[in-house]
Design a protein around this ligand. Structure first.
Ligand code: ZN
Length: 263
């Protein structure tokens, strides 16, 4: 499952290459043939990400809604184009650029009311400038569920995936099993701001980098995290332990992240 920063990065790139251009839209695999025919030949007027959803706007007001899910893939191609390989659900081609989207969980056309209802189902997205974090704070502060669950629940707040979850909670010294209602507003705001800061770095660098710049390594991917996948806490040298929350592994340091409000 891509974390939110990869979807935002794709949206920014596709907006740059497609916005203002007429697109040929086809469904080489055939499963989106009717939708593609509706969009084919129209000018794209913008591309944006909402959580892990991609929205492509077209000049007649139609929207293409994509969610890659676990197995979806986007491939960018150079022109001249070769015939699509594999089960390509939708192919979009401008005079200069082309992308193929394969295996998405959602590939549908949408209208503005449909987009509005999608936005209401998704929590505020840490990477969107129009996000209202108070929607997330309200849900979290009423919840008995663990913060490690809540910040990855896309209906509470959107964008944070598994690695960021571990890293943000460690950076903010919050134990992942702390109940939402036991966290104060200042802590929630710190979590939100840190998520925004780290995911924005992720979009720009196309990698999950959660260590401070002077500690960044150019080596392997995991070397740019603090405790995810590590055995020793870089702050206190204590042992890193593991938990499972929402079916995914969370790493934590029991010294640095004390469980608050337990009773
Ligand atoms: Zn520690």
């Amino acid at each position: 499952m891509p974390e939110g920063h990869t979807i935002h990065r794709a949206a920014r790139e596709h907006d740059k290459i497609f916005s203002g251009h007429c697109l040929s839209v086809t469904s080489p695999q055939g499963r989106f043939a009717n939708g593609a025919a509706r969009l084919d030949g129209q000018k794209c007027t913008g591309v944006e990400a909402i959580g892990k959803h991609l929205i492509y706007r077209f000049e007649d007001g139609s929207l293409l809604h994509i969610h890659l899910g676990l197995f979806g893939r986007i491939r960018k191609h150079k022109l001249p184009l070769r015939p699509a390989r594999g089960a390509v659900r939708v192919r979009m081609v401008s005079a200069m650029d082309a992308i193929d989207i394969s295996g998405p969980t959602i590939c549908e056309t949408l209208d503005e009311p449909g987009l509005l209802s999608l936005k209401q189902r998704i929590g505020p997205d840490v990477l969107r400038v129009d996000a209202d974090p108070s929607r997330a704070y309200q849900k979290i502060s009423k919840s008995r569920r663990a913060i490690g669950h809540l910040i990855m629940d896309q209906s509470v707040m959107a964008g944070i995936g598994n690695i960021y979850r571990t890293e943000i909670l460690w950076r903010q010294r919050v134990h992942p099993l702390t109940r939402g209602r036991d966290l104060d507003g200042a802590t929630l705001e710190r979590i939100w701001l840190d998520a925004r800061n780290l995911l924005e770095i992720g979009v720009k660098r196309n990698a999950i980098i959660t260590v401070e710049s002077e500690k960044r390594s150019k080596g392997r991917y995991r070397e740019n995290t603090n405790i995810f996948g590590k055995a020793v806490c870089p702050s206190c040298d204590g042992a890193v332990s593991k938990l499972e929350i929402s079916g995914r592994r969370v790493y934590l340091c029991g010294n640095c992240q004390v469980l608050a409000g337990a009773n």
